[in-house]
Design a binder for this molecule. Structure first.
Ligand SMILES: [Zn+2]
Length: 87
Protein backbone atom coordinates (compact mmCIF):
# COMPACT_ATOMS: atom_id res chain seq x y z
CA UNK A 1 0.00 0.00 0.00
CA UNK A 2 1.28 3.45 -0.90
CA UNK A 3 0.23 6.26 1.44
CA UNK A 4 0.51 9.91 0.40
CA UNK A 5 -0.18 12.68 2.89
CA UNK A 6 -1.52 15.93 1.47
CA UNK A 7 -1.84 19.35 3.06
CA UNK A 8 0.31 20.70 5.87
CA UNK A 9 -1.82 20.00 8.91
CA UNK A 10 0.28 17.23 10.39
CA UNK A 11 1.68 17.17 13.91
CA UNK A 12 4.53 14.73 14.59
CA UNK A 13 4.95 13.10 18.01
CA UNK A 14 7.40 10.42 19.13
CA UNK A 15 6.86 7.32 21.21
CA UNK A 16 8.61 6.48 24.47
CA UNK A 17 11.77 5.02 22.98
CA UNK A 18 11.92 7.70 20.24
CA UNK A 19 11.99 5.09 17.50
CA UNK A 20 8.75 5.83 15.70
CA UNK A 21 6.96 9.04 14.74
CA UNK A 22 3.23 9.34 15.27
CA UNK A 23 1.54 11.63 12.77
CA UNK A 24 -1.58 13.38 14.02
CA UNK A 25 -4.07 15.70 12.33
CA UNK A 26 -3.30 19.22 13.53
CA UNK A 27 -7.01 20.10 13.60
CA UNK A 28 -8.63 17.19 15.44
CA UNK A 29 -5.53 15.39 16.81
CA UNK A 30 -6.62 12.10 15.21
CA UNK A 31 -3.76 9.64 14.76
CA UNK A 32 -3.23 9.32 10.99
CA UNK A 33 -0.22 7.05 10.77
CA UNK A 34 2.91 5.81 12.47
CA UNK A 35 6.25 5.82 10.73
CA UNK A 36 9.99 5.40 11.04
CA UNK A 37 12.94 5.86 8.69
CA UNK A 38 14.39 2.44 7.90
CA UNK A 39 17.48 2.22 5.68
CA UNK A 40 16.94 5.82 4.58
CA UNK A 41 13.30 5.34 3.54
CA UNK A 42 10.24 6.56 5.46
CA UNK A 43 8.14 3.49 6.22
CA UNK A 44 4.94 3.21 8.17
CA UNK A 45 1.35 2.16 8.64
CA UNK A 46 -1.91 4.12 8.50
CA UNK A 47 -4.55 4.09 11.22
CA UNK A 48 -7.07 1.57 9.81
CA UNK A 49 -9.94 3.23 11.72
CA UNK A 50 -9.75 6.08 9.19
CA UNK A 51 -10.26 3.88 6.14
CA UNK A 52 -13.67 3.47 4.54
CA UNK A 53 -13.05 -0.03 3.15
CA UNK A 54 -11.17 -1.37 6.15
CA UNK A 55 -12.57 -4.86 5.51
CA UNK A 56 -10.33 -5.08 2.43
CA UNK A 57 -7.31 -5.26 4.73
CA UNK A 58 -6.16 -8.55 6.23
CA UNK A 59 -7.02 -9.52 9.78
CA UNK A 60 -5.33 -7.43 12.46
CA UNK A 61 -2.25 -8.92 14.13
CA UNK A 62 -2.05 -8.72 17.92
CA UNK A 63 1.36 -7.52 19.09
CA UNK A 64 2.95 -6.53 22.36
CA UNK A 65 5.55 -3.99 21.26
CA UNK A 66 6.70 -3.40 24.84
CA UNK A 67 8.20 -6.88 24.84
CA UNK A 68 10.35 -6.14 21.79
CA UNK A 69 13.80 -4.56 21.84
CA UNK A 70 14.50 -1.54 19.62
CA UNK A 71 16.27 -3.76 17.10
CA UNK A 72 13.40 -6.25 17.07
CA UNK A 73 10.88 -3.45 16.51
CA UNK A 74 12.77 -2.05 13.51
CA UNK A 75 13.16 -5.55 12.08
CA UNK A 76 9.42 -6.15 12.48
CA UNK A 77 8.43 -2.79 10.97
CA UNK A 78 10.77 -3.39 8.03
CA UNK A 79 8.78 -6.56 7.24
CA UNK A 80 5.29 -5.17 7.82
CA UNK A 81 5.21 -1.48 6.99
CA UNK A 82 4.68 0.21 3.64
CA UNK A 83 6.29 3.36 2.24
CA UNK A 84 5.07 6.78 3.43
CA UNK A 85 5.27 9.82 1.18
CA UNK A 86 4.52 13.48 1.68
CA UNK A 87 5.60 13.97 5.30
ZN1 LIG B 1 -8.48 16.04 11.64
Amino acid sequence: MLVVFIGDGILTKQNGDQLANFYHCRTCNELLAVGCTINGQLRGAVNPNLLQDVNQLGNPIQIQPRLLSAGEKIERWDKLWGVLNGL
